[in-house]
Design a protein around this ligand. Structure first.
Ligand SMILES: CC(C)(COP(=O)(O)OP(=O)(O)OC[C@H]1O[C@@H](n2cnc3c(N)ncnc32)[C@H](O)[C@@H]1OP(=O)(O)O)[C@@H](O)C(=O)NCCC(=O)NCCS
Length: 175
């Protein structure tokens, strides 16, 4: 799958990908997550301008997955990574994460970070398989803690959440 920078004309497609993937959470009793709004256009534009929004596209240049990230505490924080369910389990998620890892290395950012649901099979257990480790409480840096506070205010903490880090320069299983 080809990965390229997201463009403004992709944004509505990215919102549709988010809505479609959200449905996976309805099936496991987390309808509030399914009903959550996708990133708004201003948020996507901000990531586009910061050069931290990427899409995976088909041969006809149609986006089927995206990743947006932010610099947080010196690392590259994966804010959202979503693959359309019709294209899931083909390695596209891992490819996008590896692309972000390469961008982070080029920017001299030593690690990728993210926050996610601990018990959702395609969240923390999946990221562990992609080389991320769950941070202990004392390892959570101030920027990550702010993100967790915002997420809690949004109600996400009604299910267990974790912060995770993938140190760069380390090989993952498939590297
Ligand atoms: C998480 C996500 C990005 C993974 O993308 P992907 O391209 O399907 O992942 P990959 O092909 O790289 O890896 C597939 C692995 O993900 C996990 N996985 C993906 N979908 C899964 C599902 N429905 N049930 C259980 N595990 C799943 C499995 O470990 C799977 O490996 P397997 O197929 O060998 O069992 C994608 O599932 C997604 O968009 N989910 C919804 C949005 C989301 O949860 N975002 C993260 C919020 S913090």
């Amino acid at each position: 799958m080809l990965i390229r920078r997201a463009r403004p004309d992709d944004f509505p497609t990215l919102q549709n990908i988010e809505r479609a993937a959200g449905e996976m959470f309805r099936d496991i009793g987390m309808p509030e997550i399914a009903d959550d709004d996708p990133p708004d256009l201003a948020d996507l534009a901000r990531h586009h301008q910061a050069n931290t929004a990427w899409v995976a596209v088909t041969t006809t240049d149609h986006p089927v997955a995206y990743l947006i990230a932010d610099p947080v505490d010196g690392n590259l924080h994966l804010e959202q990574i979503t693959v359309h369910p019709h294209h899931a389990r083909q390695g596209i998620g891992r490819q996008l994460i590896d692309h972000a890892a390469e961008a982070a290395r080029e920017a001299n950012q030593p690690a990728l970070t993210l926050t996610t649901f601990r018990d959702v099979p395609w969240n923390a257990p999946y990221y562990e398989r992609c080389g991320f480790e769950t941070l202990q409480d004392h390892e959570i840096t101030p920027g990550l803690r702010d993100i967790q506070t915002r997420e809690a205010a949004h109600g996400l903490d009604r299910w267990p959440r974790v912060a995770m880090r993938r140190q760069l320069g380390q090989a993952t299983q498939e590297d």
